[in-house]
Write a protein that binds this ligand. Structure first.
Ligand code: PMP
Length: 429
């Protein structure tokens, strides 16, 4: 497989775009080598600038759940574009997609559309603070909620201390309001509540984590957080940017039967266009401007093209809920296949999967949080990633990312992927 043109394009891009990319993970920093420049995509396949065909397991990090250039979505965007691409005024289609989203997701009465997952999470936290009158939030190490300042925080020196910024440019003042706990650790959350009595506005988490690789919530973890929130007058925010409209129509709330107070969305809800959203019950959403005092706005929010793509996507999923079962079956098949190849290889590994999200960790211990995820062998991961790429399989270029399967993948594609791993395994040792 040749990457000549990708290399040239990366060199050109690096002259005018920092690091050659518009979002860091694309630069292949974790795995080395040259990022692949994509030319076009259809269904389950990416076609790169060198003419290679790759089976795609990232699906634009989730949105392309039905495959790339899915006709109903593409056509909806084309038709809308002919009638004007932005007005900065209300349009009927915003109400249509809002009605549909509210009907699909439990425990929400109203939804506000924004332009990214970052905006959705940032606004959800502001709303929680406005609603509760409290200032601190609890987040979990390894969960990602976008690049707004309040989330770019790492654990401080002790479990009960404040977090500290993990990017220059984030102030200590911001960091002091974000408390960190290890994922799946209810005791740590209890300790934070005790040390910050009456001060915690919200807990925010990925109900199935996808940003430290795919990590599942332990039994009782989500329920335990719900109970702690109720006992402390704190709101529970499910960041369903990845899981929303992917695990089920109603996302993780539906699958786990745990109600969140605020839910955030991104990815699938926009059908591949830049859309995020946050939603909650009426009593919470009425705090939002212009109805209430909590300010939030966006010139391009509810953009007609984005809404057309999102509405077409949600309509497909709402009308064909068997997609979720089909995706789960395909992912389970892949899981079993990868497992059967690695089982007798003598390589230490763990596969985590929930629904159509999956990660292969080269780790001995089960992966339950950021620490156990970070302990996995990255040298083996690099060889695995590049080996699979040479075979024509595009995996996430970091062990801290999850695979997102799309329903255009066929069982032949999955068999091809499993066979590719068989070829790659001898190079991993
Ligand atoms: N939350 C989660 C769970 C995410 O995975 C992401 C992005 N991968 C975000 C928030 C931020 O979304 P965006 O990149 O659209 O700002």
């Amino acid at each position: 497989m040749l990457y000549k043109r990708s290399s040239e394009l990366f060199a050109e891009a690096s002259k005018v775009i920092p690091g050659g990319v518009n979002s860091p993970v694309r630069a292949f920093k974790a795995v080395g080598g040259t990022p692949i420049f994509v030319k076009e995509a259809k269904g389950a396949y990416l076609y790169d600038e060198d003419g290679n065909r790759l089976i795609d397991y990232i699906a634009s990090w989730g949105p392309m759940i039905l495959g790339h250039a899915y006709d109903p979505v593409t056509n909806a965007v084309i038709e809308k574009a002919k009638k004007g691409t932005s007005f900065g005024m209300p349009t009927e289609i915003e109400t249509k997609i809002a009605e549909l989203a509210v009907s699909m997701v439990p425990n929400i009465d109203k939804i506000r559309f924004v332009n990214s997952g970052t905006e959705a999470c940032m606004s959800a936290v502001r709303l929680a603070r406005g609603y509760t009158g409290k200032e601190k939030i609890i987040k979990f190490s390894g969960c990602y909620h976008g690049h707004s300042d309040a989330f770019l925080i790492q654990a401080g020196s002790g479990a009960v201390t404040f977090g500290s910024p993990n990017s220059p440019g984030v102030t200590q003042g911001t960091a002091k309001d974000t408390l960190l706990a290890p994922y799946n650790n209810l005791d740590a959350v209890k300790t934070l509540f005790e040390a910050n009595k009456g001060e915690v506005a919200a807990i925010i988490l990925e109900p199935v984590a996808g940003n430290m690789g795919c990590v599942l919530p332990k039994e009782g973890f989500l329920e335990g957080l719900r109970a702690l929130c109720d006992a402390n007058g704190t709101l529970l925010i499910f960041d369903e940017v990845m899981t929303g409209f992917r695990l089920a129509k109603g996302g993780a709330q539906e699958v786990f039967g745990v109600a969140a107070d605020i839910v955030t969305f991104g990815k699938v809800i926009g059908g591949g266009l830049p859309v995020g959203a946050f939603a909650a019950r009426e009593e919470i959403m009425k705090f939002l401007a212009p109805e209430g005092p909590v300010y939030q706005a966006g010139t391009l929010s509810g953009n007609p093209l984005a809404m057309a793509a999102g509405l077409a996507m949600l309509t497909e999923l709402n009308n064909n809920p068997e997609v979720f079962t089909s995706l789960e079956k395909k992912t389970a098949y892949l899981h079993k296949g990868l497992d059967s190849v690695l089982k007798d290889s003598g390589i230490e590994y763990t596969i985590s999967r929930f629904g159509s999200m999956l990660s292969v960790f080269f780790a001995k211990e089960p992966v339950v949080d950021f620490e156990t995820s970070a302990a996995a062998n990255n040298d083996t991961f690099k060889k695995y990633f590049h080996g699979m790429l040479k075979e024509g399989v595009y995996l996430p270029p970091s062990s801290f990312e999850s695979y997102f399967l799309n329903d255009a993948l066929t069982y032949e594609d999955l068999d091809f992927t499993i066979a590719a791993l068989k070829k790659v395994v001898p190079t991993l040792k």
